[in-house]
Design a protein around this ligand. Structure first.
Ligand code: OGA
Ligand code: MN
Length: 296
């Protein structure tokens, strides 16, 4: 099998061809895909008509899958997530005031999946099952390119810092949203290194996003400002790739080093049905003593 790799933006993101991910793939192909993910951070595949079972089988080749958080509609606590404006119980659009749509709107803040867990995610895999004709792009921002572009003094200022990430904090920023107590109880606040190093290629990036609340040992507002400034640095157009979905696109992103966000579409008129699997990371990013780990 010969994979083709076509770059999609200046600094990161690539479209991969020459592989059908819905069929069993060998270890060498898995290794090549993981290496491409280390290099490019976002991998786009066209025409991958996954169903839930085949998506779970493929995703599990990258490592153990995370379980999703509790969801009021009953589709949480499983290894695949419904990112959708369609009520899977009735196949109708959720009414525009439905809490599920308000919850989805939380994805429109720049974030990295599961940074609110003690072992944050390695990568997410999103399958476009039904996509709207206009809008609903997913945008990605490279925290590696942004970090590498920073003056050395600014990079050094981040060394050793540890941030608190907290699901309750990020959900509190979504107007009109009350998270389910069952979900909040699953994810007490955690701590993560602000600088992370890819164990495969040694390249560094900063780690922030909507769930990052403040810096341990700093006044809360000062830390919050730093974490927001990092997001703004990564969100500059030169470090962003916006994915326009076609049906059966499949996108894998490296949550260790990119932020992403959803964008609006006519959710009262068009169906958007996406399925996400998330591969767990390999370990915590801070030591038991609470110090940032050099490689994590
Ligand atoms: C996600 C997510 C954004 C989107 O699935 O983790 O943030 O565009 N999705 O659906
Ligand atoms: Mn997400």
């Amino acid at each position: 099998m010969v994979l083709t790799i076509r770059k999609l933006a200046d600094h990161f993101a690539a479209e991969i061809g020459g592989v059908d991910l819905t069929e069993p793939i060998n270890d060498a192909t898995v290794a090549a895909l993981q290496s491409a993910l280390d290099d490019h951070s976002v991998l786009v595949f066209r025409d991958q008509p996954f169903e839930d079972d085949s998506q779970i089988v493929f995703s599990s080749r990258f490592g153990p899958l995370e379980n999703m958080l509790y969801k009021r509609e009953g589709d949480g606590n499983q290894p695949i997530s419904n990112i959708t404006n369609v009520d899977f119980r009735t196949d109708e659009l959720f009414p525009s005031s439905h809490p599920r749509l308000i919850a989805n709107s939380g994805n429109e803040m720049w974030h990295t999946d599961s940074s609110f867990k003690p072992v944050p995610a390695y990568c997410s895999m999103l399958s476009g099952r039904e996509v709207p004709p206009v809008g609903g792009d997913t945008q990605f921002a490279s925290c590696r390119s942004a970090y590498e572009s920073m003056p050395e003094a600014e990079q050094l200022r981040l060394d050793g810092l540890v941030a608190e990430h907290n699901y309750a904090w990020s959900r509190g920023k979504v107007p009109g949203y009350t998270p389910a107590p069952e979900a909040l109880a699953q994810v007490p606040p955690v701590r993560h290194a602000v600088v992370r190093t890819n164990p495969g290629n040694g390249r560094k990036n900063f780690y922030s996003g909507a769930h990052a609340s403040h810096i341990i040992g700093w006044p809360v507002e000062k830390g919050r400002k730093l974490l927001e400034d990092l997001v703004s640095t990564a969100a500059q157009p030169k470090f962003v790739y916006a994915h326009k979905w076609r049906q059966y696109d499949f996108v894998i992103w490296d949550n260790r080093c990119v932020l992403h966000r959803g964008t609006a579409f006519e959710s009262d008129k068009c169906r958007r049905v996406m399925r996400r699997t998330t591969v767990a990371g390999v370990g915590p990013t801070v030591s038991e003593a609470g110090e940032a780990l050099a490689v994590a």
